[in-house]
Design a protein around this ligand. Structure first.
Ligand SMILES: Cc1ncc(COP(=O)(O)O)c(C=O)c1O
Length: 408
């Protein structure tokens, strides 16, 4: 694609006006929204209102003026993005904590239904926290154990021992996407529950949890949902499981009557039982501003533009002779594109120096997020051109690009 062709796509881009809703620095082409979404312009005023009015003036009265309902209200705003009903999603804790709650709950219900099923099945090379949390979760349930197999061995590993399958829908490194409906159906045929990590899917690709009949899901909100660094995560529990599963983090905010101050725990009905402690309202205010931006967006236009942006960057990588590890089929991938190169870290640093912010994933992956809400086709074209120049000129070889920082 030529630059003029990219510009012509921008001229007819229905999402182009959304760019102004983000406070992006003019000199930067931001290809890391798959890791930390940029700042929506509405977030600052929303947080100022939260701090000065809601906290400063209204003080504790704010709990009854919208705060206490925030976890369910924000969950309801995420629901349409993942094919869930509003009362199947709640916002709170981190993705890691939600993974723990969901895994332990699923293992426990399975030990009542099918005592022989004790295995959590997951993918080797899954995002580390998924495997680390799964290790911790199986240690909490007598007899449970973790089985980790390569991606292409998942289907064959679904046997009579499997209680729960935990997979990340879009892979954080390669952007490969699992067929959610097919794997969920295979899990159910075998009597297992299916737990999806949607961290790299929500806001990146169309997700239909209801259509796939998924049981459980978790995900981040600080990537494509632009909720801010460390924004609270979400948890989805299909309605049919809501009164049967119990959170192992039985905190007071998940109690049926938190303000009865009872000694004994009684779980709230519906999704509230998954709350543990007091919701972090400053972070919730930032997240809600990010979510509200999504409410009026034509999601089909987002998925279509994501595919177009991907084609532009894939062509640039090809021209630079880079190995693309992301599948070309849009249905088999997420919204980011990844290239393998033994010096991917230095290339990522060289890109950053030229104003193109992407990232590096150990040991050899250059990862570029292609986020349609605020990127133009022309920006992605220019970023691809800079990438091609860095590779063909060998400018990444400069020793100053070799230093690794703590966060890559
Ligand atoms: C697939 C996946 N799961 C979980 C996380 C992060 O979890 P947490 O928000 O608990 O740090 C990430 C972060 O990039 C991720 O990619």
């Amino acid at each position: 694609m030529t630059r003029d062709e990219a510009r012509a796509l921008d001229a007819h881009d229905p999402l182009a006006p959304l760019r102004d809703r983000f406070a992006l620095p003019a000199e930067v082409i931001y290809l890391d929204g798959n890791s930390l979404g940029p700042l929506p312009r509405a977030t600052g005023p929303a947080m100022a209102d939260m701090v000065a009015r809601q906290w400063g003036d209204r003080l504790i009265r704010s709990w009854n003026e919208g705060w206490i309902d925030a976890p369910a209200r924000l969950g309801g705003k995420i629901a349409p993005l993942i094919g869930a009903a509003a009362d199947e999603v709640i916002v709170g804790d981190s993705t890691s904590a939600n993974l723990f709650k969901a895994l332990v709950a699923a293992l426990r219900i399975q030990s009542e239904r099918h005592p022989e099923r004790r295995v959590v099945l997951s993918e080797a090379g899954n995002f580390p926290t998924d495997l680390h949390i799964a290790e911790g979760a199986v240690a909490c349930v007598p007899g449970a154990r973790l089985r980790v197999v390569p991606r292409d061995g998942i289907a064959a590993a679904i046997d009579d021992d499997v209680a729960v399958i935990l997979l990340t829908h879009v892979h954080y490194k390669t952007s490969e996407r699992f067929d959610m409906a097919a794997i969920t159906a295979a899990a159910h045929r075998a009597g297992a529950l299916m737990l999806w990590d949607l961290s790299h899917s929500v806001g990146a690709v169309a997700v239909d949890l209801a259509g796939a009949h998924a049981d459980l899901a978790v995900g981040c909100t600080y990537k494509y949902l632009n909720g801010g660094p460390g924004a609270p995560a979400f948890l989805y529990v299909a309605k049919r499981w809501q009164d049967r599963l119990a959170s192992p983090l039985s905190g007071w905010m998940g109690h049926a009557e938190p303000f009865a101050f009872a000694d004994a725990y009684a779980p709230a009905p519906g999704m509230k039982r998954w709350l543990a402690g007091t919701p972090p309202m400053l972070a919730m205010a930032a997240l809600e501003a990010g979510l509200d931006l999504w409410m009026a967006v034509d999601r089909d236009a987002v998925w279509a533009k994501s595919a177009a942006l991907w084609r532009i960057m894939a062509a640039a990588g090809d021209a630079a002779g880079l190995e693309c590890v992301t599948p070309a089929d849009p249905a088999a991938r997420g919204s980011h594109i990844s290239f393998r190169h033994p010096h991917a870290h230095a290339i990522a640093q060289a890109l950053i120096e030229r104003g193109v912010i992407g990232d590096f994933r150990d040991p050899d992956i250059l990862r570029l997020g292609l986020t349609p809400l605020y990127l133009s086709h022309d920006e992605v074209w220019r970023a691809g051109d800079i990438l091609r120049d860095i590779i063909t000129s060998g400018s990444w070889r400069d020793p100053r690009f070799a230093t690794r920082l703590a966060v890559t």
